[in-house]
Design a binder for this molecule. Structure first.
Ligand code: KG4
Ligand code: ZN
Length: 396
């Protein structure tokens, strides 16, 4: 299946607005120029997932391949940067090849290649970015540099467009993952204003650290999410942190310390050892196996911890949305997979729609990178082949 071609000036069937653009601006125009329905190859390698995807017109995911390094980092309780870079090097070529193959896309069908340039682990970012640059150089394709956080926001925008119910602006975006907990105002034409962010740990990091402390595997969010409904969320009363200064900032370190104190005050070593043993014996124990080594009081602790994280996220996000008079809310990033967070957002009956991405687009993927690149392509916002990876690249 090659890309559909349209003569210039014909209405575009996908409804994303007449794009008057030669996708390869520096090539000599053909006598009767044609434009592609734009296909972008996205490449993401900012942390511990090597991902590639082909997305058409910023809204149709033709392929999305993610190679997870779960098996590499699981036993260390967190991502080991050197191992992550090595795994990206191993995975990048087959992952990109698979994304092109599954979407029946040849490199010459592409309008551009988009790669994550930050924030993230520099050694990891460099693998995807350098590979993208090499492909662009070899094929004369434009390179588009994408901020990973903007990618998470576009995971939601992509699906909403696809569903025919585009996100309305101004939108309040809650980006909540292992590396970020940020509130942004999203304005038309994808301009961003930072409203608040975590002053210490990211929410996903809090899930991961609490999981590690209790002998659960990395990443901690999915297993805590599955176990929490089996406990009482009001059993352990955690206090809500009052923020001096910007009331839209988050803090999770106090909560993490409170969990540590609770663990120290209760004799939990035997059950923690049992879970660590399970992790050593089996690569990926099932949920039932985790449940079997988690007594009721620990389930209560997990439920209460998750409840406190959700309250911290939703209360501040709702306050931010009110401040900007938001017409919609976007929640994205790995923690946006959390079933408890989704249920709480639903039952809060907020006076605007709350958009969550489907689980496959919540955690790191490259479809969101290709989607975020689409408006940049429309604007001609290309990066040079000297574009640098930036560990702490800010969105706004
Ligand atoms: O977006 P992501 O894949 O990578 C980063 O950009 O960080 O997010 C990974 C984070 C991890 O901290 C993981 O524990 C958390 O998202 N996470 C969850 C859930 N699934 C993943 N946290 C809570 N509940 C979940 N279901
Ligand atoms: Zn992410």
């Amino acid at each position: 299946m090659g890309p559909a071609r349209l003569a210039l000036g014909e209405p575009r069937p996908s409804g994303s607005g007449g794009l008057q653009l030669n996708p390869r601006p520096w090539t000599t125009p053909a006598p009767y120029p044609t434009i592609n329905i734009v296909r972008i190859l996205g490449i993401e390698s900012s942390c511990d997932e090597t991902a590639a995807a082909v997305v058409e017109d910023g809204e149709t995911v033709l392929s999305s391949i993610v190679a997870s390094q779960f098996g590499t980092h699981g036993k260390y309780g967190g991502v080991v940067p050197e191992l992550a870079s090595r795994e990206h090097l191993r995975a990048i070529v087959p992952v990109v090849r698979e994304a092109l193959g599954r979407s029946a896309t040849r490199l010459e069908d592409l309008a551009a290649i988009a790669a994550t340039v930050g924030p993230g682990l520099v050694g990891s970012l460099l693998v995807g970015l350098t590979y993208a640059k090499a492909l662009c150089f070899a094929r004369g394709l434009p390179l588009i540099a994408v901020n990973h956080v903007e990618g998470h926001i576009h995971a939601v925008i992509l699906e909403a467009r696809r569903a025919g119910a585009p996100v309305e602006f101004p939108a309040l975006a809650l980006v909540v993952s292992g590396g970020h907990t940020h509130l942004f105002e999203v304005l038309p034409e994808f301009r961003y204003r930072l409203l608040g962010k975590t002053r210490d740990d990211a929410a996903g990091e809090a899930f991961d650290k609490v999981a590690k402390l209790l002998g659960f595997p990395y990443p901690g969010g999915p297993v805590i999410d599955r176990l929490a409904p089996h406990g009482n969320p009001r059993a352990v009363p955690f206090t809500f942190a009052k923020m001096k200064g910007n009331a839209l900032d988050f803090s999770f370190s106090g909560l993490k310390t409170a969990v540590l104190r609770w663990v120290q005050a209760h004799d939990m070593q035997a059950e923690i050892d049992a879970r660590r043993a399970l992790l050593r014996e089996r690569l990926q124990p099932s949920f039932e196996e985790w449940l079997a080594v988690t007594p009721p009081r620990t389930l209560d602790l997990l439920a209460s911890f998750q409840h406190a994280v959700i309250a911290e996220l939703l209360i501040r996000a709702a306050a931010a949305a009110e401040r900007i008079d938001a017409r919609s809310m976007i929640a994205s990033g790995g923690v946006a997979c959390n079933a408890g967070l989704r249920a709480a957002a639903r039952s809060a009956r907020l006076p605007y729609p709350v958009h969550f991405p489907s689980p496959g687009l919540s955690t790191d993927n490259a479809a969101m990178i290709a989607a975020a690149a689409f408006p940049k392509l429309e604007r001609g916002d290309f990066a040079g082949l000297d574009a640098a990876a930036e560990a702490s690249l800010a969105l706004a």
